[in-house]
Write a protein that binds this ligand. Sequence first.
Ligand code: SAH
Length: 341
Amino acid sequence: MKNIKDYNLEELKKEMQEIGEKPFRAEQIFKWLYQEKVKSFNEMTNLSLELRKKLEENYSICNFKIIKKQESKDGTIKYLFDVLDGNAIETVLMSYHHGYSICISSQIGCKMGCKFCASTGINFIRNLTSGEIVEQLLAVEQDTGVRISNIVFMGIGEPLDNYENVVNSIRIINNPKGLNIGARHISISTSGLVPKIYKLSEENIPCTLSISLHATNNEKRSNMMPVNNTYPIEELIQACKDYIAKTNRRISFEYALAKDNNDNLEDAKELVKLLKGMLCHVNLIPINKIENGKFDKSSNENIMKFRDYLNDHGIVATIRRELGSDIDAACGQLRRKNLKE
Ligand code: SAH
């Protein structure tokens, strides 16, 4: 059965026409799903009983089940969701002074193979559908009653490797008749799929693009991120420059600092050279050590020196606050699960 949450508003209007209904029914359904946040067709009380029955018979509504919920000392909450096909994914809710942010997954597993990340390495299962991407937000809002204001595609998976579904989920999230969260409150993080960066620049979606850079030369970056063998740094930086020129939007570069690997002043110098003159911001992440991982966290002192060097040389850099590391909810710590194993 088709998941009703997979449709953006335009598609749902067409779908309604196809089943012999007026297109405005789609707007009503959108309102129930994304504003009232109901969990069944039966609760959509301004639709006739007959239509509710028809919807019930033809569409699923995809309410994830919470398998596990863990709360960190800092207030971060990590959910393990049953995505209803025997697989499970993680989603994280973070509380900041400016509101609530959600870190959502885009795939069940990941193909990228980054050496420092726990989301990969285990088999890739499949892409999440757009409805399943949106459902993470709905399920968290339903469970906590909070209103989420920011979304980061930084959970499990490579969002640009599930391009169509991610873009469609953003259209559902953006729609004023739906969740009504503006693209400016959405960040997409990518390990650097160059052709998809060009494609995204054409979409007219003013979200923030974050690039997982992590190293300044190809040898080092390939050692951390196999994707660099396909799309080396020069091509990635060129794509970023074109993205900025086209969208006039600032790119955020993520740089996870690992002890004695990419955290000394030589690296900072190379990073300044690489990014000089670009409309960008650097987000420094103290690397989280993962099981059997070969990268260790840099010392706080090194991280601060690195940041200061960048700031002193014209590159705006901040250190990302580590949230939820006590419940394995921090960057790089999320994993998929198979419920049948
Ligand atoms: N696949 C996407 C989005 C997921 S990860 C990407 O690669 O960008 C979100 C961020 O966390 C990325 O910058 C990623 O490189 C970083 N990350 C992964 N593992 C990490 C770890 N162990 N410590 C710190 N950051 C990590």
